[in-house]
Design a protein around this ligand. Structure first.
Ligand code: ADP
Length: 297
């Protein structure tokens, strides 16, 4: 039987500026991006599934179809009546990109609202992947339900991978974000933070400090990404240092971390060699940032 990688979170409609004042409609979101790259990097011994909630309208149907057409299983996508999906718009001002979001009432905010569905997904998962954004969009009650379901799956043998993806604007306050992220770290085996975010919101002076903090929370493996900088790993207490992959011309860093996570997890879970897996993650991220857009074929 195939092993299942279940990614949990929110996919949004993306409106990206075209050349002539028009906008191109796409679909993206941190955990969906990782699932999308996972489908392209894990071997056929794996099934990749996405757990989220969408509405019951036309754009929700198109989003689900997009995910299915990418070869990702959609069995755990719940339809919520009278809701729709979130949206973001990429704005360009003299070549600088910024993002405007409409997601505060999206269907995905209910993704942990059905305990039976959550349980069914968890029972089947070999690997569970989620992020700080997944938690940020949920109510306090649903955050607890999700973490309980994940820790139950872990007790039954699932491997849990977590990217803290710190986005304070999505949280009610920064202290809640820090507390919940550390609670999530406490139910995770593999943690994949980005040092720049962690330095800003936890005050870590260096990637080693980020690695130790998550190691102390109980994770057996922490891999700290750091843009173009050295990647630091902490594997059962042992620090490792890994060269980044140099990129000649960076076009768009969207989904650098998301694609790194997919490339890393595929190589690590299939072959178990940490250094090779970090190299695989960095190589995939390097290719992704050399092209425009979150999802690069
Ligand atoms: P995030 O996209 O989550 O903020 P990072 O910026 O830390 O994450 O980048 C994730 C990974 O993407 C890095 O570990 C590295 O492998 C790759 N990467 C990002 N920026 C660069 C860069 N300027 N040059 C080379 N690799 C990069």
């Amino acid at each position: 039987m195939k092993r299942k990688f279940v990614s949990i979170g929110e996919c949004m409609v993306e409106m990206a500026p075209g050349g002539n004042g028009d906008y191109r409609l796409g679909f993206a979101g941190d955990t969906l991006n990782t699932a999308w790259y996972a489908k392209r990097t894990f071997s056929d011994d794996w099934e990749i599934a996405y757990l989220t909630a969408v509405g019951d309208d036309e754009i929700s149907r198109r989003m689900t179809e997009f995910i299915r057409d990418a070869g990702i299983r959609t069995d755990f996508i719940q339809k919520i009546p009278d809701r729709t999906v979130g949206l973001y718009l990429i704005q360009l001002n003299h070549g600088e990109r910024s993002f405007a979001y409409w997601r505060s009432d999206s269907a995905a905010r209910q993704l942990a609202g059905d305990p039976a569905r959550l349980e069914a997904a968890m029972v089947s998962a070999g690997v569970i992947y989620f992020s700080g954004i997944t938690l940020a969009i949920l109510s306090a009650h649903h955050r607890t339900s999700l973490l309980e379901a994940i820790s139950g799956a872990r007790r039954n043998g699932a491997i849990v991978a977590f990217d803290p993806n710190l986005r304070p604007r999505l949280w009610e306050d920064a202290e809640t974000m820090r507390q919940m992220v550390m609670s999530a770290a406490g139910v995770s085996d593999i943690i994949l933070p980005s040092h720049e975010d962690e330095a800003l919101h936890f005050g870590d002076p260096a990637p080693d400090a980020t690695a130790s903090r998550y190691g102390d929370a109980g994770a057996s493996l922490v891999v700290v990404k750091n843009g173009p900088g050295e990647i630091v790993s902490l594997d059962h207490g042992e620090i490792g240092r890994h060269d980044p992959v140099l990129v000649d011309s960076i076009v768009d860093t969207t989904a650098a971390g998301d694609s790194f996570n997919a490339g890393f997890l595929a190589a690590y879970l299939e072959r178990g060699d940490l250094s090779l897996a970090i190299r695989a993650g960095a190589e995939l991220a390097a290719r992704v940032i050399s092209r425009r857009g979150a999802l690069v074929d």
